[in-house]
Unconditional design. Structure first.
Lengths: 162, 162
DNA sequence: TCGCGGTTTGACGTGGACGTCAAGCTTTCT
DNA sequence: AGAAAGCTTGACGTCCACGTCAAACCGCGA
């Protein structure tokens, strides 16, 4: 599981597909599938097309998994979210690429909007799940109440006059 | 869309499968599939096996949909959750069926446990989504900050000495 | 009575997200 | 160097949650 290194590696740790699979908890098949879906592109190919991943892609893979499992997004939706994430991550690059303040501001504006859309979606989901949870919580309260009454009843009933 | 009624209906409103479909926002095919998966059984069959649903089933169908879409549960998982829900709903019946306090208490205990397991799951999900949301919120903060600095910068830079 | 809308069962099709070989080619270990 | 382990690109299979016909069967309104 030791990262692949070469003598001169610019200190950038890289990984083979199997290593990425173990580190992220998905199969190699899944990684290739995600690549085919344009969600996760390996940093490079070496030799006979062997995929090479960097830490960034490990991160990204974990994020994809989380969006899928935790948020219940389809890969298509994951793609949309990741695009907005890309905007944020690549912001620095685009930012440096064109130092004109007007352009910079526009880039940031767009990133903000994309991010806010995602935030709104998350907040909506949170609120709805919270409602669900509260409903269940209330039911739990009632159940505990009834249970308590039952216990008290069976204890006090003997004292009641017949 | 008016509910099917007969002269003596015991005041229980009933619905045909197409009406249920419209009321719950799923297709009739889906309703039959859910029935096949033992998730939603119509109250009765009349005539040549025509399905008859009551308000309770409407409720249940909406719940199934919510568990699927909002919580991202598979139908198998939905089944588990609904079973615990059934326990709660059928509690009154079982409750009356056996008036021995010991048995009542046991029924309630089990319902409480099932409910608590679901609650824990919901809370975990909520916490994790909240984390996700906060991460995004922080990013939004930084973006707004940078945007503000940019705007201020383009306004003040002219005042700076070259 | 006839047509028409709604329903039934049954069977086959579909899209998404992979699983699972196969055959051949590198990379790594000893 | 040579075996073992890992990677490559296909290509076909699978599971879930339905979609989409087809053919037959009520019920009722004109």
């Amino acid at each position: 599981m030791s990262p692949s290194t070469s003598v001169v590696d610019k200190d950038a740790t890289t990984w083979r597909i199997g290593e990425v699979a173990k580190l992220t908890g998905v199969t190699t098949r899944t990684l290739r599938y995600w690549e085919q879906m344009r969600l996760l592109t390996p940093k490079a190919h070496r030799g006979a097309g062997e995929r090479v991943y960097s830490d960034a892609e490990i991160h990204r893979a974990k994020r994809i998994k989380e969006l899928q499992e935790l948020l219940g997004f389809s890969l298509a939706e994951v793609g949309v979210v990741l695009e907005t994430e890309d905007v944020l991550d690549r912001l620095r690059d685009a930012y440096r690429a064109d130092p004109k303040p007007a352009h910079r501001l526009q880039v940031i504006q767009r990133a903000i909007e994309a991010n806010d859309r995602l935030l709104a979606r998350l907040d909506d989901k949170l609120a709805r799940i919270q409602d669900f949870r509260d409903e269940r919580g209330a039911k739990a309260q009632r159940l505990h109440q009834v249970a308590a009454e039952l216990r008290a009843g069976s204890a006090t009933r003997r004292k009641e006059r017949p």
